[in-house]
Design a protein around this ligand. Structure first.
Ligand code: GLC
Length: 531
């Protein structure tokens, strides 16, 4: 197969930008699109003097009351003044394309904001033509909600509307009413949103919880999972079997319609879906090569819950990778995600920076498109968010332990005030470790996390074996994971040791993993953690 045969999103690496926290260009404490433009050369200027990513996925920047950090959209086809305007977005696409960087945007089809004009109309009266654009139902005779479904963010998934005396459904926050995709007018309007952005030149679209848009039409009660504690008493969602509220039969024909829409565009437009489902169900979103190009693979994150641990032993990781490889349809292209704006920072989740470094090597050498969440390349850790600063509706409802703000703190560019992200107090506090952990400092440090990412990214860019070659695990000693990537005459071996971690040595120049054989230099002492 020739190099040209591969699509950009098979060879390339995606970098997720959470725009509110990337770079503030207009000194209001919040990141913006112009800020991203200013940092494009950092991401890829065509030389090894830049990070070396191929595409950026930008989380929502649409007009929004920001109840769920932009995932509550009040207008799908505009830019919130906080981030710029459509002209800024056009400049961003042009500037990115000049550097061969692809642009992927976010799309939030399952729900809008309650400030969206569609919902304002819908809730104005029972006879409004937009009434059926959302999901409205009568109370049960005792006044309680129509069924037992719970919201992802905790509590019930229904909110009573006094004016029209019915409940409306929201899989997430009450300020995020679910759109009724069973209404053909809603579907048509939402497909038009995709066209609007594809017409504007975006190279790909990441579709937020796309598997949730199709529910059982009668919305029956869901059975409880025996003994499940969920994320506390308020978590009804976490204690139910999700038979009817998402991934419901019929969803795949919507996926096919979306794919047909993408395929009608010139160029390789990429459709990505956010799919938090188990492996067999997730794989169905490839369809028969007629659904999503990339159903996001969270196998190595395992769960969006802030408290659940990722299994992180050589055997676990190899099993997860091998099961994924085996389940991937022959025509399908895989992908790996290790962090995002909803999950704890890698170094915090795995427990150390040495482990986060191993994870980086894994992410960038597995077969399948990697997505790097901004900040992982400098080893950012979870922020410590004071209770009065919690912004995330999940944290506000389920408690500080679950607040996703921790992984959304401002990006750390340098050691100056506000980490070079802004010049004024920022919307979430900057992590106090910024004087030590920032791009400027790590750029100059040959052994930093940033140097590791940059060198890996460039190695991968130059290597067909690493980017698109075959994957073959090898037998290796317990605690290690070894595999080979091969393409034509090029063969690469990747060897990872998950056991033993040097916490400190007396010469202060070794940190991280050790092999079975530890060579001590004269007068050197080493402190190793073995679990
Ligand atoms: C997705 C987003 C998350 C958001 C939710 C509701 O899971 O990644 O940030 O809160 O959908 O839109």
């Amino acid at each position: 197969m020739s190099e040209l045969h591969w699509r950009w999103w098979q060879r390339g690496v995606i970098y997720q930008i959470y725009p509110r926290s990337y770079k503030d260009s207009n000194h209001d404490g919040t990141g913006d699109l112009q800020g991203i433009i200013e940092k494009l050369d950092y991401l890829n200027d065509g030389t090894e003097n830049s990070l070396g990513v191929d595409a950026i996925w930008i989380s929502p920047f649409f007009p929004s009351p920001m109840k769920d950090a932009g995932y509550d959209v009040a207008n799908y086809v505009d830019v919130d003044p906080l981030f710029g305007d459509l002209a800024t977005f056009d400049r961003l696409i042009a500037a990115a394309h000049e550097r061969n960087i692809k642009i992927i945007i976010d799309y939030v089809p399952n729900h809008s904001s309650d400030r969206h004009p569609w919902f304002i109309e819908s809730r104005s009266s029972r006879t409004n033509p937009k009434r059926d654009w959302y999901i409205w139902q009568d109370a049960r005779p005792d006044g309680s909600p129509p069924n037992n479904w719970g919201s992802v963010f905790g509590g019930k998934a229904w909110t009573w509307d006094d004016t029209t005396q019915q409940y409306y459904f929201h899989q997430f926050d009450p300020s995020q009413p679910d759109l009724n995709w069973r209404n053909p007018a809603v579907k048509a309007a939402m497909l038009d949103v995709l066209r609007f952005w594809l017409d504007r030149g975006v190279d790909g679209i990441r579709m937020d919880v796309i598997y949730m848009v199709w529910k059982h039409p009668d919305m029956p009660d869901q059975p409880l999972i025996p003994g499940a504690a969920g994320r506390g008493p308020d978590d009804l969602f976490g204690r139910q079997q999700h038979l009817y509220d998402y991934n419901y039969e019929g969803i795949h024909s919507i996926m096919q319609e979306i794919r047909t829409l993408f395929d009608a565009y010139p160029g390789d437009r990429l459709s990505i879906g956010e799919i938090w489902l188990d492996l067999p169900e997730r794989m169905k979103y490839y369809g028969n090569n007629d659904e999503l190009h990339l159903p996001f693979n969270f196998g190595l994150i395992s769960s969006a819950s802030f408290l659940e641990e990722t299994p992180w032993s050589a055997a676990d990781v190899r099993r997860i990778v091998d099961e994924y490889e085996a389940a991937l349809p022959a025509f399908g292209w895989g992908n790996w995600v290790m962090g995002n704006h909803d999950t704890p920072r890698l170094a915090s989740r795995l427990g150390s920076h040495s482990k986060a470094r191993t994870a980086a090597l894994l992410l960038l050498t597995l077969r399948g498109t990697p997505t790097i969440y901004m900040g992982e390349e400098i080893g950012m850790v979870n922020g410590d968010i004071p209770p009065d600063k919690i912004d995330d509706p999940q944290g506000l409802r389920l408690g500080a332990a679950y607040t996703r703000d921790k992984c959304r703190t401002p990006f750390q560019w340098d050691g100056s005030d506000y980490a070079g992200f802004s010049t004024v107090p920022t919307w979430l506090p900057v992590n106090p470790d910024y004087p030590l952990r920032n791009v400027a400092g790590e750029w100059l440090d040959e052994r930093s996390m940033l140097t590791l990412y940059r060198r890996l990214l460039w190695l991968r860019r130059r290597s067909m074996a690493l980017s698109v070659g075959s994957y073959e695990p090898l037998e290796s000693p317990e605690g290690t994971y070894v595999y080979v990537r091969e393409y034509g005459p090029e063969t690469m071996l990747i060897a990872l040791n998950f056991t033993g971690e040097v916490l400190l040595n007396t010469l202060l120049d070794r940190q991280g993993m050790v092999s079975g054989m530890l060579e001590l230099r004269p007068q050197e002492g080493v402190l190793v953690r073995l679990d």
